[in-house]
Write a protein that binds this ligand. Structure first.
Ligand code: GN1
Ligand code: MG
Length: 374
């Protein structure tokens, strides 16, 4: 008889065998689930032999990323560009770029017996990340990290990288998907659901703002990170300074405004995006100012006047967009984001909508901050 323990052992052995593919020297000693990703499965692998060597092993969710080989291709082009740039113009502080690890057969990924797509990345030593924002100094560091990230790719032409996730951050497309799901799904109209339905319905005209600006040439297509939320910024454990932005799956052509919006919606929500207490979620304008100051200390060089005009809209839009994405996924039966329980995506949507509301209520303050830090 096969017991649950047998299945667990079998899985662990498979995982070790996969990790071993990316281990050029030494033996895999330990593998632990790692981080809080909503899409891919992530593990931290420890290797014997080389002292303290660890790396990050990930199974890419190919339901979301249909062409994972393109992600790896993008990452290799990205890292090569950035490393060369850093070599030519060294920074006067620590900055790390996650590296793609190759298999024993010199491949940038491994397909296992079940057809799953695996890849490995270097782990940045002596670093840590946070799920929620700390103080104002840390806010400046988060902003600096995003600015440095943008700065390092600002001279890589956007068309050099593939579109690995078509429609990502295109809010009007998310609204279309939402309307499709609504039209084809029986929705249980609880008070929370009704609140969300009304919330979206009240903001229909606003969803086009960034795409219109892109289409009319007011905002240029640039390379972006795509997912610069607070826990994707790594900090040096000793100095507390930001030293890297990780999670490079969505580095691709887009708008830097998606990143600015995403970074601020994530970092200025001091309750964190997983809080159950959505009624008390607020957008912290002091942290917002800290982040923008840090960001502009680097990004001033490549931003244009129009870029500043759309910063407020980006902050509001990306918070709303993520709420819409979570809510749509809840209505669709949780098919995109991983969930811990059936109402999880609804709870997450309520958090982002509460944040959007808080941003809207503080519009004049936020606009004044943008003018001040410019
Ligand atoms: C997803 O998987 P993770 O946690 O890195 C999502 C982001 C969302 C984020 C919200 C490809 O990122 O867009 O902002 O969840 N990534 C994708 O936590 O959809
Ligand atoms: Mg991500």
């Amino acid at each position: 008889m096969t017991t649950i323990e047998d299945i667990k052992t079998q899985r662990a052995n498979n995982l070790i065998a996969i990790a071993q593919q990316f281990t050029l020297q030494g033996e895999v000693r330990d593998i632990q689930a790692f981080g809080n990703g909503n899409i891919n499965d992530t593990f931290l692998v420890s290797v014997d032999g080389t002292a303290g060597q660890r790396f990050v092993l990930q199974r890419i969710n190919t339901q979301v990323f249909r062409q994972p080989e393109l992600i790896m291709q993008n990452m290799c082009i990205f890292t090569e560009h950035v490393l060369e740039k850093l070599q030519q113009n060294p920074l006067n502080r620590r900055w790390e770029v996650p590296r793609v690890l190759f298999t024993k057969n010199a491949q940038d990924h491994w397909i296992d017996a079940d057809g799953a797509f695996w890849r490995a990345m270097s782990f940045i030593a002596d670093s840590q990340s946070f799920d929620r924002m700390g103080d104002r100094t840390q806010a400046g560091e988060v902003g600096y990290a995003l600015g440095m990230f943008h700065n390092l790719i600002s001279d890589l032409p956007p068309e050099k990288l593939a579109d690995t996730l078509v429609g990502f951050h295109i809010t009007p497309l998310y609204l279309e998907q939402y309307n499709q799901v609504l039209a084809t799904t029986a929705v249980a109209k609880t008070p929370e659901v009704n609140y969300c339905l009304q919330f979206v319905s009240d903001r229909q005209t606003f969803v086009d703002i960034l795409e219109d600006a892109k289409a009319t040439g007011k905002l240029p297509l640039r390379l972006m990170h795509g997912d610069p939320k607070i826990n994707n910024v790594m900090f040096d454990t000793d100095s507390g300074l930001a030293i890297s932005v990780i999670d490079l799956d969505t580095v691709k052509p887009g708008l830097v405004h998606y990143d600015i919006g995403d970074c601020l919606r994530s970092a200025c929500n001091l309750s964190g995006e997983e809080t159950e207490d959505w009624q008390n979620v607020a957008f912290d304008t002091d942290i917002c100012e800290g982040i923008l100051q840090g960001y502009l200390s680097v990004a001033k060089e490549f931003l244009t006047e129009n870029d500043y005009t759309y910063i407020y809209d980006a902050i509001r839009l990306i918070a709303f967009e993520l709420g819409l994405r979570f809510f749509t996924d809840y209505l669709a039966g949780n098919v995109y984001f991983k969930v811990k329980h059936p109402e999880h995506n609804l709870a997450r949507a309520l958090v982002q909508f509460a944040l959007t509301k808080s941003i809207e209520t503080q519009e004049s303050t936020i606009r004044a901050i943008i003018q001040d830090v410019k």
